[in-house]
Design a protein around this ligand. Sequence first.
Ligand code: AMP
Length: 368
Amino acid sequence: MSPSQSLIPVTPGSTIGILGSGQLGRMLAQAAAQLGLKTHVYAPDRGPAFDVSTLHTLGSYEDEAALAAFAESVAVVTYEFENVPAGAAAILNAHRPVLPAPDALAITQDRLSEKNFLSGLGIAIAPFRAVDDAQGLASAIAQLGAPAILKTRRFGYDGKGQAMLREGADLPAAFASLGGQPAVLEAVVPFAREVSVVAARAGDGSFSAFDVCENQHENHILSLTRAPARIGADTATAAVAMTRKIMDALKYIGVIAVEMFVVEEGEGASLRERLVVNEIAPRVHNSGHWTQDGAVTSQFEQHVRAICGWPLGSTRRHGQIEMRNLIGDEVHRWRDLLGESGACVRLYGKHEARPGRKMGHVTRIIGP
Ligand code: AMP
């Protein structure tokens, strides 16, 4: 707790603050409402969370007075995206607890600090080098070899801020194509699958993970999540243990998503699975949307419970689950999907179905 922060108990009827007005904020607000809470969404742009929150404020993350007034109107502040500016997080945290704490934001909004943090915990990540200029890129690629992936340290998502560099690539042009920003170069991990762990930790250290799920991307955007992931039981246990280690190290409160690659080594009876952490999202995550209709407690409700200091809910799965995103024009199938028995359709209320835009998702229980 920061020295000037006022701690007020959170009970049904209290208001929680959410930074960001996208679909994650919307689903957090909906989950909060189901537990008798009110929500106040603060964002610089009007988004789908505004339609379902009790209060909303359109304000910039630089407007200190507006941020302070927002914080004073709520019991606790959380966020739906990791790029909350450090200054805004500090102002809010001086009034009310910001959860997960600003330290988690600072580490995870910079790929280099996230990688150093993970390595410090002894968690396997892809071999990488920090790259600050085109010359640095040349020496990084000489060390890691090609192909390799150049990623900006900050503000990357859904494959944005990334470039695949193959043998003979024009390195100065590649560096310039990402805006000449500080970056990291990562070796390509020859993964068999991508999985993620969505888990919650509460202030008393209690921890609860949903079953490890498996993710398929199309054009760098999540397309399909399967729960459970098709991995060995030992691998799943190791993935959850790694996630807990990360959360304990951060004294984390709330829901986290840890994305990992599963690398297969050996063959037949000697086949082994090895985990390599790709990245951490300090928030609810698209790969956890299946929990809304596929588990006893959704990731959104779990996050609300954790930040309110309430008991965590059961993560029991209702069966074998598939969650498909509705991207861009795919949302126009809404009428057919609603007519399909057993399809749980969630639409975000976005007006324009631009290509690559996440418009909704469908969850199906496909087996026992
Ligand atoms: P990211 O924005 O880091 O989550 O990367 C987006 C997607 O790019 C991942 O989900 C992977 O499919 C792919 N990717 C990222 N980094 C690597 C890597 N080091 N090796 C192989 N594929 C990667």
